[in-house]
Design a protein around this ligand. Structure first.
Ligand SMILES: NC(=O)c1ccc[n+]([C@@H]2O[C@H](COP(=O)([O-])OP(=O)(O)OC[C@H]3O[C@@H](n4cnc5c(N)ncnc54)[C@H](OP(=O)(O)O)[C@@H]3O)[C@@H](O)[C@H]2O)c1
Length: 413
């Protein structure tokens, strides 16, 4: 039985019976890693988790995992198949106790590496490379001394090069990256391939695009990417509504903002400027989890799989979904030509304000990359695992969960 008010996180009908494996999962307190760890245990595998001793709030590895297992609604049988190990990727020996290190080396048959830094910030370049590259080196050298013969690594579809569309399921030469995150993930793929080739290990690299909550329930515990602009608009809406209702509305009126008192719709004319771009490639966590679990059974070695949506969601749809959900009118997308943008590069004060919140994501609004997923589809289509088209119904479910959980603050994770 799931705890009251919780919904099943996994579509267990899709889990086929395979021989039980013993797997080490990194990043299990993270969004993707937690779902993978839970789904692997539900599918009957023994799962070892490498979790840092304490988080910033001082919560222990065991408590953090237990809270996540509750949130996931894991069955008692699955919980019993999971064992937490306290460790840190920053340390060459993973900071494991001697006994734990001995146990993991002797028992880990496969590794699922889902730990990583997902920051895009240039200011955090060192930290990003420390986790995504040095952390990876540390886990690989640990693996080298044990019985592990296979590595499953979570990369990103955005290692692909924009000019080479569609981006194929192969390793790309280095190119101009949008941020240190993409660059570090690209270098991590090269390191993984060299290491696995040299040591005769089987390697599968999974490249999800942008992952959002569960498409059936709207549940998530990460509120970045898709959620970030919606949250920023909601914040500005509340700020200007307050200004209009409680402080005379001088600031709001200066920016062309007004409130329809009958419908309570705020007119907030934010323009998203876009010179190019194919829309945003969005996949739900349920598809991401089901797809990776299925692809983990593909026997060949050295494979790369795109876990993507065959249809990008146009920016105009996202802006209209956000307006409808948040009761904000006047937002729109300007298809500004490069020439016009050069003549008039200064957006209005409101656009500037919004751009401040959106800086890290702006390159993705104009992203031209589309992804070829023919290798992944060869396995996923016959298994009936398909990515849903991103609709308003899904958007509404996800954002309702986000608002009801106060953007994660009330989840207690
Ligand atoms: N989310 C997406 O939309 C998306 C899309 C494409 C690819 N990816 C890739 O998928 C992977 C997981 O992403 P996510 O969204 O699940 O990220 P996340 O929620 O931020 O989780 C990151 C995980 O990595 C762990 N970690 C970080 N540094 C560590 C260290 N030094 N030692 C041990 N554990 C460490 C974190 O542990 P703590 O809890 O202790 O911090 C956390 O469990 C990343 O490699 C990312 O590049 C994500």
């Amino acid at each position: 039985m799931l705890p009251k008010g919780k919904s099943p996180i996994f579509t267990m009908t899709r889990c086929r019976t395979k021989p039980e494996k013993r797997l080490l999962v990194t990043g299990a307190t993270g969004f993707i890693g937690s779902h993978l760890a839970g789904a692997l245990a539900e599918a009957g595998h023994s799962v070892f988790l490498l979790i840092r001793a304490l988080n910033a709030e001082g919560t222990t590895a065991y408590d953090r995992w237990n809270r996540i297992a509750d949130w996931l609604g894991l069955s008692p049988a699955a919980r019993a198949r999971i064992k937490v190990f306290v460790g840190n990727l920053d340390d060459p020996d993973l900071n494991l106790s001697l006994d734990d290190a001995r146990f993991l080396k002797a028992n880990t048959e496969e590794i699922v590496h889902a730990a990583g830094s997902t920051s895009f910030s240039e200011k955090k370049r060192n930290e990003i490379f420390q986790t995504n590259l040095i952390g990876l080196k540390n886990i690989l050298s640990f693996v080298d001394r044990g019985i592990c013969r296979r590595i499953h690594a979570i990369s990103t579809a955005y290692v692909g090069e924009g000019t080479q569309t569609p981006c194929r399921e192969c390793i790309f030469p280095a190119h101009g990256f949008f941020n240190p995150y993409e660059e570090s993930k690209h270098q991590a793929e090269i390191l993984l391939r060299e290491f696995c080739n040299r040591n005769g290990l089987r390697l599968s690299i999974y490249r999800p695009s942008v992952v959002y909550g569960n498409s059936l329930t709207g549940r998530t515990f990460r509120f970045n990417a898709l959620y970030h602009p919606v949250r920023s608009i909601a914040y500005l809406r509340d700020l200007f509504k307050k200004d209009l209702l409680e402080n005379g509305g001088k600031q709001a009126r200066k920016m062309g903002i007004s409130l329809d008192s009958t419908t309570q719709t705020l007119h907030m004319p934010i323009r998203f400027q876009k010179r190019q771009g194919t829309g945003v490639n969005l996949i739900p966590i349920d598809y991401c989890t089901d797809a990776i679990l299925e692809l983990m059974n593909v026997p060949e070695k050295d494979l790369i799989f795109h876990i993507v949506n065959t249809q990008n969601t146009p920016l105009t749809d996202l802006v209209s979904f956000a307006g409808r959900f948040l009761k904000v009118s006047g937002m729109g997308v300007d298809g500004v030509s490069a020439q016009r943008a050069q003549q008039d590069p200064t957006p209005g004060a409101l656009d500037h304000l919004f751009l401040r919140y959106m800086e890290a994501y702006q390159p993705y609004i104009e992203d031209t990359r589309i992804f070829d997923d023919s290798r992944a589809a060869r396995t996923l289509s016959p298994a009936g695992i398909r990515c849903p088209k991103f609709s308003y119904a899904i958007f509404e479910k996800c954002m309702t969960y986000a608002v009801e959980s106060n953007w994660g603050r009330t989840l207690g994770l």
